[in-house]
Design a protein. Structure first.
Length: 503
Protein backbone atom coordinates (compact mmCIF):
# COMPACT_ATOMS: atom_id res chain seq x y z
CA UNK A 1 0.00 0.00 0.00
CA UNK A 2 1.63 3.34 -0.93
CA UNK A 3 2.08 5.87 1.83
CA UNK A 4 0.13 8.53 -0.03
CA UNK A 5 -3.01 7.79 -1.95
CA UNK A 6 -2.99 8.75 -5.64
CA UNK A 7 -4.72 12.01 -6.42
CA UNK A 8 -8.29 11.43 -7.52
CA UNK A 9 -9.36 12.67 -10.96
CA UNK A 10 -11.76 15.62 -10.39
CA UNK A 11 -13.69 14.68 -13.57
CA UNK A 12 -14.20 11.03 -12.65
CA UNK A 13 -17.95 11.41 -11.95
CA UNK A 14 -18.53 13.07 -15.32
CA UNK A 15 -16.52 10.27 -16.91
CA UNK A 16 -18.79 7.73 -15.21
CA UNK A 17 -21.78 9.12 -17.15
CA UNK A 18 -20.17 8.32 -20.50
CA UNK A 19 -18.72 4.98 -19.38
CA UNK A 20 -22.18 3.95 -18.11
CA UNK A 21 -23.80 5.11 -21.38
CA UNK A 22 -21.43 2.91 -23.39
CA UNK A 23 -22.07 -0.06 -21.11
CA UNK A 24 -25.83 0.43 -21.49
CA UNK A 25 -25.47 0.39 -25.28
CA UNK A 26 -23.54 -2.90 -25.24
CA UNK A 27 -25.83 -4.65 -22.74
CA UNK A 28 -29.15 -3.61 -24.25
CA UNK A 29 -27.92 -4.64 -27.70
CA UNK A 30 -27.93 -8.24 -26.46
CA UNK A 31 -31.74 -8.21 -26.17
CA UNK A 32 -32.96 -5.31 -28.33
CA UNK A 33 -32.34 -7.32 -31.52
CA UNK A 34 -34.35 -10.29 -30.22
CA UNK A 35 -37.56 -8.24 -30.38
CA UNK A 36 -36.79 -7.04 -33.91
CA UNK A 37 -35.65 -10.42 -35.28
CA UNK A 38 -39.05 -11.64 -36.62
CA UNK A 39 -39.53 -8.38 -38.56
CA UNK A 40 -35.96 -8.42 -39.94
CA UNK A 41 -36.41 -12.07 -40.94
CA UNK A 42 -39.49 -11.22 -43.01
CA UNK A 43 -38.01 -8.06 -44.53
CA UNK A 44 -34.70 -9.62 -45.62
CA UNK A 45 -36.12 -13.08 -46.41
CA UNK A 46 -33.88 -14.81 -43.87
CA UNK A 47 -34.48 -18.55 -43.77
CA UNK A 48 -35.66 -20.25 -40.57
CA UNK A 49 -32.46 -22.31 -40.45
CA UNK A 50 -30.13 -19.31 -40.67
CA UNK A 51 -31.98 -16.75 -38.52
CA UNK A 52 -30.00 -17.86 -35.44
CA UNK A 53 -26.90 -16.24 -36.96
CA UNK A 54 -28.28 -12.79 -36.15
CA UNK A 55 -27.67 -13.73 -32.51
CA UNK A 56 -24.85 -16.26 -32.93
CA UNK A 57 -22.56 -14.06 -35.07
CA UNK A 58 -22.55 -11.42 -32.32
CA UNK A 59 -22.12 -13.94 -29.50
CA UNK A 60 -19.18 -15.73 -31.14
CA UNK A 61 -17.21 -12.57 -31.92
CA UNK A 62 -17.98 -10.92 -28.58
CA UNK A 63 -17.38 -13.97 -26.39
CA UNK A 64 -14.33 -15.16 -28.30
CA UNK A 65 -12.46 -11.84 -28.37
CA UNK A 66 -13.17 -10.49 -24.87
CA UNK A 67 -9.86 -11.56 -23.30
CA UNK A 68 -7.99 -10.20 -26.32
CA UNK A 69 -9.92 -6.92 -26.06
CA UNK A 70 -9.23 -6.69 -22.34
CA UNK A 71 -5.49 -7.17 -22.79
CA UNK A 72 -5.44 -4.71 -25.70
CA UNK A 73 -6.92 -2.06 -23.42
CA UNK A 74 -4.11 -2.74 -20.91
CA UNK A 75 -1.46 -2.45 -23.63
CA UNK A 76 -2.92 0.21 -25.88
CA UNK A 77 -4.61 2.37 -23.24
CA UNK A 78 -8.16 2.08 -21.96
CA UNK A 79 -9.36 5.48 -23.15
CA UNK A 80 -8.09 4.89 -26.67
CA UNK A 81 -9.53 1.37 -26.78
CA UNK A 82 -12.83 2.69 -25.41
CA UNK A 83 -13.12 5.34 -28.14
CA UNK A 84 -12.12 2.94 -30.95
CA UNK A 85 -14.65 0.42 -29.63
CA UNK A 86 -17.41 3.07 -29.64
CA UNK A 87 -16.58 4.23 -33.17
CA UNK A 88 -16.46 0.67 -34.51
CA UNK A 89 -19.68 -0.33 -32.75
CA UNK A 90 -21.48 2.69 -34.21
CA UNK A 91 -20.21 1.92 -37.72
CA UNK A 92 -21.22 -1.75 -37.42
CA UNK A 93 -24.68 -0.70 -36.16
CA UNK A 94 -25.12 1.62 -39.14
CA UNK A 95 -24.20 -1.27 -41.44
CA UNK A 96 -26.76 -3.51 -39.74
CA UNK A 97 -29.51 -0.93 -39.97
CA UNK A 98 -28.81 -0.47 -43.67
CA UNK A 99 -28.60 -4.23 -44.41
CA UNK A 100 -30.15 -5.26 -47.74
CA UNK A 101 -29.56 -9.03 -47.44
CA UNK A 102 -28.92 -11.65 -44.74
CA UNK A 103 -25.14 -11.76 -45.27
CA UNK A 104 -24.85 -8.01 -44.67
CA UNK A 105 -26.87 -8.29 -41.46
CA UNK A 106 -24.88 -11.28 -40.16
CA UNK A 107 -21.59 -9.53 -40.98
CA UNK A 108 -22.66 -6.37 -39.16
CA UNK A 109 -23.58 -8.41 -36.08
CA UNK A 110 -20.15 -10.06 -36.10
CA UNK A 111 -18.51 -6.63 -36.36
CA UNK A 112 -20.62 -5.39 -33.45
CA UNK A 113 -19.28 -8.32 -31.45
CA UNK A 114 -15.67 -7.51 -32.38
CA UNK A 115 -15.91 -3.88 -31.28
CA UNK A 116 -18.07 -4.80 -28.28
CA UNK A 117 -15.21 -7.04 -27.14
CA UNK A 118 -12.95 -3.96 -27.17
CA UNK A 119 -15.51 -1.66 -25.57
CA UNK A 120 -16.91 -3.71 -22.67
CA UNK A 121 -13.66 -4.52 -20.83
CA UNK A 122 -12.28 -1.03 -21.52
CA UNK A 123 -15.36 0.53 -19.87
CA UNK A 124 -15.19 -1.61 -16.72
CA UNK A 125 -11.41 -1.30 -16.37
CA UNK A 126 -11.62 2.51 -16.69
CA UNK A 127 -14.01 2.41 -13.76
CA UNK A 128 -11.65 0.14 -11.81
CA UNK A 129 -8.60 2.42 -12.21
CA UNK A 130 -10.46 5.76 -11.82
CA UNK A 131 -12.46 4.93 -8.66
CA UNK A 132 -10.03 3.62 -6.05
CA UNK A 133 -11.45 5.06 -2.80
CA UNK A 134 -13.71 2.50 -1.10
CA UNK A 135 -16.87 4.57 -0.62
CA UNK A 136 -16.72 6.19 -4.07
CA UNK A 137 -15.97 2.82 -5.65
CA UNK A 138 -19.12 1.42 -4.04
CA UNK A 139 -21.26 4.21 -5.54
CA UNK A 140 -19.67 3.96 -9.00
CA UNK A 141 -20.00 0.19 -9.17
CA UNK A 142 -23.56 0.47 -7.85
CA UNK A 143 -24.52 2.52 -10.90
CA UNK A 144 -22.53 0.28 -13.24
CA UNK A 145 -23.99 -2.89 -11.70
CA UNK A 146 -27.55 -1.59 -12.11
CA UNK A 147 -26.89 -0.96 -15.80
CA UNK A 148 -25.19 -4.31 -16.33
CA UNK A 149 -28.08 -6.13 -14.66
CA UNK A 150 -31.00 -4.10 -16.02
CA UNK A 151 -29.71 -3.25 -19.49
CA UNK A 152 -31.09 -6.45 -20.99
CA UNK A 153 -34.60 -5.61 -19.80
CA UNK A 154 -34.19 -2.03 -21.07
CA UNK A 155 -33.34 -3.56 -24.45
CA UNK A 156 -36.65 -5.43 -24.45
CA UNK A 157 -38.57 -2.21 -23.81
CA UNK A 158 -36.64 -0.11 -26.31
CA UNK A 159 -36.72 -2.89 -28.91
CA UNK A 160 -40.49 -3.17 -28.51
CA UNK A 161 -41.07 0.57 -28.91
CA UNK A 162 -38.76 0.94 -31.92
CA UNK A 163 -40.07 -2.18 -33.68
CA UNK A 164 -43.75 -1.43 -33.09
CA UNK A 165 -43.77 2.30 -33.82
CA UNK A 166 -40.84 2.77 -36.22
CA UNK A 167 -38.92 -0.03 -37.94
CA UNK A 168 -36.67 -2.95 -36.96
CA UNK A 169 -33.72 -1.07 -38.50
CA UNK A 170 -33.90 1.49 -35.69
CA UNK A 171 -32.87 -1.19 -33.19
CA UNK A 172 -29.48 -0.82 -34.90
CA UNK A 173 -29.52 2.91 -35.68
CA UNK A 174 -30.32 3.78 -32.05
CA UNK A 175 -26.77 2.76 -31.10
CA UNK A 176 -25.26 5.59 -33.15
CA UNK A 177 -26.30 8.53 -30.92
CA UNK A 178 -25.36 6.48 -27.83
CA UNK A 179 -21.88 5.90 -29.27
CA UNK A 180 -21.35 9.47 -30.49
CA UNK A 181 -22.31 11.04 -27.13
CA UNK A 182 -20.16 8.56 -25.19
CA UNK A 183 -17.15 9.06 -27.51
CA UNK A 184 -17.31 12.87 -27.37
CA UNK A 185 -17.65 12.71 -23.60
CA UNK A 186 -14.70 10.32 -23.36
CA UNK A 187 -12.47 12.66 -25.37
CA UNK A 188 -13.42 15.62 -23.18
CA UNK A 189 -13.45 14.21 -19.64
CA UNK A 190 -11.81 10.78 -19.34
CA UNK A 191 -8.21 10.81 -18.18
CA UNK A 192 -6.64 7.41 -17.69
CA UNK A 193 -4.00 7.13 -14.92
CA UNK A 194 -0.62 7.13 -16.64
CA UNK A 195 0.80 4.29 -14.54
CA UNK A 196 -1.99 1.90 -15.50
CA UNK A 197 -0.56 0.96 -18.92
CA UNK A 198 1.00 -2.47 -19.45
CA UNK A 199 4.19 -2.25 -21.54
CA UNK A 200 4.52 -6.03 -22.04
CA UNK A 201 4.35 -7.60 -25.50
CA UNK A 202 1.11 -9.24 -26.60
CA UNK A 203 0.91 -12.99 -25.94
CA UNK A 204 0.04 -14.18 -29.48
CA UNK A 205 -0.23 -17.93 -28.68
CA UNK A 206 -2.48 -17.06 -25.73
CA UNK A 207 -4.67 -14.88 -27.97
CA UNK A 208 -5.10 -17.66 -30.54
CA UNK A 209 -5.82 -20.39 -27.97
CA UNK A 210 -8.19 -18.26 -25.86
CA UNK A 211 -10.11 -16.91 -28.85
CA UNK A 212 -10.55 -20.25 -30.62
CA UNK A 213 -11.33 -22.03 -27.34
CA UNK A 214 -14.01 -19.53 -26.31
CA UNK A 215 -15.52 -19.39 -29.82
CA UNK A 216 -15.76 -23.20 -29.82
CA UNK A 217 -17.34 -23.18 -26.35
CA UNK A 218 -19.94 -20.50 -27.16
CA UNK A 219 -20.75 -22.10 -30.53
CA UNK A 220 -21.07 -25.52 -28.88
CA UNK A 221 -23.74 -24.25 -26.49
CA UNK A 222 -25.45 -22.22 -29.22
CA UNK A 223 -25.58 -25.26 -31.51
CA UNK A 224 -26.80 -27.49 -28.66
CA UNK A 225 -29.86 -25.24 -28.31
CA UNK A 226 -30.63 -25.69 -32.01
CA UNK A 227 -29.49 -29.24 -32.86
CA UNK A 228 -29.40 -31.05 -29.50
CA UNK A 229 -26.62 -32.23 -27.21
CA UNK A 230 -25.95 -35.46 -29.12
CA UNK A 231 -25.21 -33.68 -32.41
CA UNK A 232 -21.77 -34.64 -33.70
CA UNK A 233 -20.58 -31.09 -34.36
CA UNK A 234 -21.86 -29.96 -30.94
CA UNK A 235 -19.81 -32.66 -29.20
CA UNK A 236 -16.82 -31.84 -31.41
CA UNK A 237 -17.01 -28.17 -30.42
CA UNK A 238 -17.02 -29.04 -26.72
CA UNK A 239 -14.06 -31.43 -27.09
CA UNK A 240 -12.09 -28.87 -29.13
CA UNK A 241 -12.92 -26.12 -26.64
CA UNK A 242 -11.74 -28.24 -23.70
CA UNK A 243 -8.44 -29.09 -25.39
CA UNK A 244 -7.80 -25.49 -26.52
CA UNK A 245 -8.56 -23.99 -23.10
CA UNK A 246 -6.40 -26.57 -21.30
CA UNK A 247 -3.57 -25.68 -23.70
CA UNK A 248 -4.27 -21.99 -23.00
CA UNK A 249 -3.87 -22.48 -19.23
CA UNK A 250 -0.60 -24.38 -19.81
CA UNK A 251 0.78 -21.64 -22.08
CA UNK A 252 -0.25 -18.89 -19.65
CA UNK A 253 1.63 -20.64 -16.83
CA UNK A 254 4.80 -20.71 -18.94
CA UNK A 255 5.07 -17.41 -20.84
CA UNK A 256 6.67 -14.29 -19.38
CA UNK A 257 3.84 -11.88 -20.30
CA UNK A 258 0.61 -13.94 -20.41
CA UNK A 259 -2.63 -12.76 -22.00
CA UNK A 260 -4.42 -13.75 -18.77
CA UNK A 261 -2.10 -13.82 -15.75
CA UNK A 262 -3.38 -16.81 -13.75
CA UNK A 263 -3.13 -14.75 -10.54
CA UNK A 264 -6.16 -12.79 -11.79
CA UNK A 265 -8.47 -15.83 -11.61
CA UNK A 266 -6.82 -18.01 -8.95
CA UNK A 267 -7.31 -15.47 -6.13
CA UNK A 268 -10.34 -16.98 -4.38
CA UNK A 269 -12.44 -13.81 -4.11
CA UNK A 270 -12.11 -12.81 -7.75
CA UNK A 271 -12.54 -16.42 -8.88
CA UNK A 272 -15.64 -16.74 -6.70
CA UNK A 273 -17.06 -13.52 -8.13
CA UNK A 274 -16.54 -14.68 -11.74
CA UNK A 275 -18.11 -18.11 -11.05
CA UNK A 276 -21.13 -16.90 -9.06
CA UNK A 277 -21.82 -14.11 -11.56
CA UNK A 278 -21.68 -16.55 -14.47
CA UNK A 279 -24.08 -18.94 -12.71
CA UNK A 280 -26.54 -16.13 -11.97
CA UNK A 281 -26.50 -15.07 -15.63
CA UNK A 282 -27.38 -18.63 -16.68
CA UNK A 283 -30.65 -18.36 -14.74
CA UNK A 284 -31.40 -14.78 -15.78
CA UNK A 285 -30.94 -15.36 -19.52
CA UNK A 286 -33.37 -18.27 -19.36
CA UNK A 287 -35.92 -16.06 -17.64
CA UNK A 288 -35.79 -13.30 -20.30
CA UNK A 289 -36.15 -15.90 -23.03
CA UNK A 290 -39.09 -17.80 -21.52
CA UNK A 291 -41.03 -14.83 -20.16
CA UNK A 292 -40.77 -12.99 -23.50
CA UNK A 293 -42.27 -16.01 -25.31
CA UNK A 294 -44.87 -16.50 -22.56
CA UNK A 295 -46.09 -12.91 -22.60
CA UNK A 296 -46.11 -12.48 -26.38
CA UNK A 297 -47.07 -15.90 -27.70
CA UNK A 298 -49.36 -17.18 -24.94
CA UNK A 299 -50.75 -14.01 -23.37
CA UNK A 300 -50.93 -11.93 -26.57
CA UNK A 301 -48.85 -8.99 -25.32
CA UNK A 302 -47.57 -6.55 -27.94
CA UNK A 303 -43.77 -5.98 -28.17
CA UNK A 304 -44.13 -2.68 -26.26
CA UNK A 305 -46.34 -4.19 -23.56
CA UNK A 306 -43.92 -7.12 -23.20
CA UNK A 307 -41.00 -4.74 -22.71
CA UNK A 308 -42.92 -2.64 -20.19
CA UNK A 309 -43.82 -5.79 -18.26
CA UNK A 310 -40.12 -6.14 -17.41
CA UNK A 311 -39.92 -2.55 -16.09
CA UNK A 312 -40.46 -3.52 -12.40
CA UNK A 313 -37.40 -5.77 -12.64
CA UNK A 314 -35.32 -2.85 -13.91
CA UNK A 315 -36.60 -0.65 -11.07
CA UNK A 316 -35.75 -3.40 -8.60
CA UNK A 317 -32.24 -3.77 -10.01
CA UNK A 318 -31.59 -0.03 -9.82
CA UNK A 319 -32.85 0.18 -6.23
CA UNK A 320 -30.97 -2.97 -5.19
CA UNK A 321 -27.71 -1.82 -6.78
CA UNK A 322 -27.65 1.91 -6.07
CA UNK A 323 -29.45 1.97 -2.71
CA UNK A 324 -29.09 -1.38 -0.93
CA UNK A 325 -25.78 -2.55 -2.40
CA UNK A 326 -24.04 0.82 -2.42
CA UNK A 327 -25.13 1.75 1.12
CA UNK A 328 -24.17 -1.61 2.62
CA UNK A 329 -21.02 -2.44 0.66
CA UNK A 330 -18.79 -0.32 2.88
CA UNK A 331 -20.42 -1.78 6.02
CA UNK A 332 -20.61 -5.53 5.39
CA UNK A 333 -18.53 -8.18 3.61
CA UNK A 334 -19.34 -8.66 -0.12
CA UNK A 335 -20.53 -12.25 0.42
CA UNK A 336 -23.23 -10.97 2.80
CA UNK A 337 -24.67 -8.95 -0.08
CA UNK A 338 -24.05 -11.44 -2.90
CA UNK A 339 -25.38 -14.54 -1.08
CA UNK A 340 -28.66 -13.01 0.17
CA UNK A 341 -29.06 -11.16 -3.15
CA UNK A 342 -28.91 -14.36 -5.18
CA UNK A 343 -31.21 -16.05 -2.63
CA UNK A 344 -33.79 -13.26 -3.02
CA UNK A 345 -33.57 -13.62 -6.81
CA UNK A 346 -34.15 -17.36 -6.40
CA UNK A 347 -37.29 -16.64 -4.34
CA UNK A 348 -38.62 -14.38 -7.12
CA UNK A 349 -37.77 -17.05 -9.69
CA UNK A 350 -39.51 -19.67 -7.52
CA UNK A 351 -42.72 -17.63 -7.66
CA UNK A 352 -42.58 -17.72 -11.47
CA UNK A 353 -42.64 -21.54 -11.49
CA UNK A 354 -46.38 -21.16 -10.73
CA UNK A 355 -47.29 -19.47 -14.04
CA UNK A 356 -50.15 -20.90 -16.07
CA UNK A 357 -52.30 -19.78 -18.99
CA UNK A 358 -54.28 -17.24 -16.96
CA UNK A 359 -51.74 -16.10 -14.37
CA UNK A 360 -52.40 -12.57 -13.03
CA UNK A 361 -49.58 -10.19 -13.86
CA UNK A 362 -50.19 -7.89 -10.81
CA UNK A 363 -50.69 -10.78 -8.36
CA UNK A 364 -47.73 -13.01 -9.33
CA UNK A 365 -45.43 -11.78 -12.11
CA UNK A 366 -45.09 -8.18 -10.86
CA UNK A 367 -43.99 -9.04 -7.28
CA UNK A 368 -41.73 -11.81 -8.61
CA UNK A 369 -40.00 -9.33 -10.95
CA UNK A 370 -39.55 -6.80 -8.13
CA UNK A 371 -38.01 -9.38 -5.77
CA UNK A 372 -35.73 -10.71 -8.49
CA UNK A 373 -34.62 -7.22 -9.47
CA UNK A 374 -33.85 -6.23 -5.88
CA UNK A 375 -31.90 -9.44 -5.32
CA UNK A 376 -29.87 -9.33 -8.53
CA UNK A 377 -29.14 -5.60 -8.18
CA UNK A 378 -27.91 -6.09 -4.61
CA UNK A 379 -25.67 -8.99 -5.68
CA UNK A 380 -24.37 -7.63 -9.00
CA UNK A 381 -22.75 -4.50 -7.59
CA UNK A 382 -20.36 -6.12 -5.08
CA UNK A 383 -19.69 -8.97 -7.54
CA UNK A 384 -18.50 -6.56 -10.24
CA UNK A 385 -16.44 -4.54 -7.79
CA UNK A 386 -14.85 -7.65 -6.28
CA UNK A 387 -14.07 -9.08 -9.72
CA UNK A 388 -11.67 -6.18 -10.43
CA UNK A 389 -10.57 -5.64 -6.83
CA UNK A 390 -6.92 -5.88 -5.88
CA UNK A 391 -5.56 -6.46 -9.40
CA UNK A 392 -2.58 -4.53 -10.67
CA UNK A 393 -3.66 -1.48 -12.68
CA UNK A 394 -1.80 -3.09 -15.60
CA UNK A 395 -4.13 -6.10 -15.39
CA UNK A 396 -7.40 -4.20 -14.93
CA UNK A 397 -8.44 -4.64 -18.57
CA UNK A 398 -8.08 -8.41 -18.66
CA UNK A 399 -9.70 -8.76 -15.20
CA UNK A 400 -12.65 -6.74 -16.52
CA UNK A 401 -12.75 -8.94 -19.61
CA UNK A 402 -13.13 -11.98 -17.33
CA UNK A 403 -16.31 -10.41 -15.88
CA UNK A 404 -17.76 -10.03 -19.36
CA UNK A 405 -16.53 -13.50 -20.38
CA UNK A 406 -18.27 -15.14 -17.42
CA UNK A 407 -21.48 -13.27 -18.35
CA UNK A 408 -21.23 -14.12 -22.06
CA UNK A 409 -20.47 -17.81 -21.50
CA UNK A 410 -23.17 -17.91 -18.80
CA UNK A 411 -25.66 -16.46 -21.26
CA UNK A 412 -24.77 -19.05 -23.91
CA UNK A 413 -25.03 -21.90 -21.39
CA UNK A 414 -28.30 -20.55 -19.98
CA UNK A 415 -29.95 -20.24 -23.38
CA UNK A 416 -28.85 -23.71 -24.52
CA UNK A 417 -29.35 -25.62 -21.27
CA UNK A 418 -32.69 -24.15 -20.23
CA UNK A 419 -34.09 -24.20 -23.78
CA UNK A 420 -33.26 -27.90 -24.03
CA UNK A 421 -34.88 -28.61 -20.66
CA UNK A 422 -38.00 -26.62 -21.61
CA UNK A 423 -38.30 -28.35 -25.00
CA UNK A 424 -37.96 -31.83 -23.47
CA UNK A 425 -40.52 -31.09 -20.75
CA UNK A 426 -42.93 -29.60 -23.31
CA UNK A 427 -42.70 -32.69 -25.54
CA UNK A 428 -43.12 -35.06 -22.60
CA UNK A 429 -46.19 -33.19 -21.33
CA UNK A 430 -47.84 -33.08 -24.76
CA UNK A 431 -47.26 -36.81 -25.26
CA UNK A 432 -48.58 -37.84 -21.84
CA UNK A 433 -51.68 -35.60 -21.99
CA UNK A 434 -52.61 -36.11 -25.66
CA UNK A 435 -55.40 -38.60 -24.95
CA UNK A 436 -57.49 -36.33 -22.73
CA UNK A 437 -56.83 -33.02 -24.54
CA UNK A 438 -59.85 -30.82 -25.36
CA UNK A 439 -58.06 -29.30 -28.35
CA UNK A 440 -54.63 -29.43 -29.98
CA UNK A 441 -54.13 -25.68 -29.54
CA UNK A 442 -54.92 -25.80 -25.81
CA UNK A 443 -52.65 -28.81 -25.31
CA UNK A 444 -49.77 -27.05 -27.09
CA UNK A 445 -50.20 -23.95 -24.92
CA UNK A 446 -50.40 -25.99 -21.70
CA UNK A 447 -47.36 -28.03 -22.71
CA UNK A 448 -45.36 -24.89 -23.44
CA UNK A 449 -46.21 -23.34 -20.05
CA UNK A 450 -45.25 -26.61 -18.35
CA UNK A 451 -41.92 -26.59 -20.20
CA UNK A 452 -41.22 -23.02 -19.11
CA UNK A 453 -42.10 -23.87 -15.51
CA UNK A 454 -39.76 -26.87 -15.42
CA UNK A 455 -36.90 -24.82 -16.89
CA UNK A 456 -37.51 -22.04 -14.35
CA UNK A 457 -37.26 -24.64 -11.55
CA UNK A 458 -33.78 -25.45 -12.85
CA UNK A 459 -32.96 -21.73 -12.89
CA UNK A 460 -34.00 -21.56 -9.22
CA UNK A 461 -31.53 -24.33 -8.43
CA UNK A 462 -28.75 -22.57 -10.35
CA UNK A 463 -29.35 -19.32 -8.44
CA UNK A 464 -29.26 -21.22 -5.13
CA UNK A 465 -25.93 -22.72 -6.18
CA UNK A 466 -24.63 -19.23 -7.04
CA UNK A 467 -25.69 -18.03 -3.57
CA UNK A 468 -23.98 -20.98 -1.86
CA UNK A 469 -20.80 -20.46 -3.88
CA UNK A 470 -20.68 -16.75 -2.97
CA UNK A 471 -21.27 -17.42 0.73
CA UNK A 472 -18.73 -20.24 1.02
CA UNK A 473 -16.02 -19.32 -1.47
CA UNK A 474 -15.71 -15.54 -1.05
CA UNK A 475 -14.00 -14.58 2.22
CA UNK A 476 -13.13 -10.91 1.75
CA UNK A 477 -14.26 -8.58 4.52
CA UNK A 478 -15.78 -5.15 4.24
CA UNK A 479 -13.62 -2.37 2.72
CA UNK A 480 -11.87 0.00 5.13
CA UNK A 481 -13.24 3.48 4.42
CA UNK A 482 -10.86 6.18 3.32
CA UNK A 483 -8.31 3.77 1.83
CA UNK A 484 -7.64 3.20 -1.81
CA UNK A 485 -7.66 -0.06 -3.67
CA UNK A 486 -4.11 -1.33 -3.89
CA UNK A 487 -2.57 -3.03 -6.89
CA UNK A 488 -1.95 -6.70 -6.72
CA UNK A 489 1.78 -6.64 -7.18
CA UNK A 490 3.79 -8.52 -9.72
CA UNK A 491 3.26 -12.11 -8.69
CA UNK A 492 1.16 -14.64 -6.93
CA UNK A 493 2.60 -13.99 -3.50
CA UNK A 494 1.91 -10.29 -3.77
CA UNK A 495 -1.50 -10.76 -5.30
CA UNK A 496 -3.09 -12.88 -2.59
CA UNK A 497 -3.77 -10.20 0.05
CA UNK A 498 -6.45 -7.58 -0.53
CA UNK A 499 -5.08 -4.81 1.68
CA UNK A 500 -8.26 -2.78 1.98
CA UNK A 501 -10.42 -5.70 3.10
CA UNK A 502 -10.95 -6.34 6.79
CA UNK A 503 -10.99 -10.13 7.33
Amino acid sequence: MPETAPQLDPRRWKALIFIALAQLMVVLDATIVNIALPHAQTDLDISEASKQWVITAYALAFGGLLLFGGRLSDLWGRKQTFIVGLAGFAAASALGGAAVNPAMLFGSRALQGVFGALLAPAALSLLAVMFTEAKERAKAFGIFGAIAGGGGAVGLILGGVLTQYMNWRWTFFVNIPFAVIAAVGAVLVIREPAESRNPAKLDIPGVILATTGLVALVYGFTRAAEEGWSDGLTIGMFVASGLLLIAFVFVESMVKAPLLPLRVVTERNRGGAYASLGLAIIGMFGLFLFLTFYLQNLRGYSPVKTGLAFLPMIVGMIVGSTQIGTRLMTRVAPRLLMGPGFLAAAVGMLMLTQIDLDTSYPALILPAFLIMGLGMGTAFMPAMSLATHGVQPQDAGVASAMVNTSQQVGGAIGTALLSTIATSATTAYATSHAAGAKSVELLQAQAMVHGFSVAIWWAVGILLFAAALALVFINAGRPDLGQTVAGSGDGEAQDAPIPVMAH
